[in-house]
Design a protein. Sequence first.
Length: 185
Amino acid sequence: MLRRQRVLTPFCATLLFTILQSCLGAPAAEDAKKEEGKVAGILFEKKDDWITVKADGEDEPVKYVVGQDEDKKLAKALKTIFNASRVELTYKKDGDSRQLVSLKKQILKASGTVTGVVVNVYNEFWVEVKPKNGPSDEYAPGANYNDKDFMAKLKGLKPGDSVTIKFNTDAERHRILALRINADK
């Protein structure tokens, strides 16, 4: 019996130590996850040292700070992505602010037709539309920008209006080829 105790005691002590270490290490890993995140949504505004993005499912845009030590890939992305574009980004928490880590353009569909509900018209220039299935996306005028009737129709849209938009995507954003306001049911 004494021999069995000599073998079991160190084994049990090692097992207990291993279990306690794994329990203590888990919260640190969870805290690290809370300090960083991923977001997909619409880029609202871009300045030299920050951007604002309205994440899918959110009502208001959130500010993400661009650090001074940004990498070359992030710097290039910031130059080639414009307001009113869908983006995916990662960030890390820095106190109360969110530090931008990576950013890339997200094109769900390059061209086609979408029917959905107007969320809002921004800067009298682009419209955010929420289709029945899927996240909101944004659409801006293209060559029809100089068409006064088209621009009046775009500016006259109100949240809740049902619209059908035919579009294509250029280097900057989705461009409206045709806009139809659907009759209320």
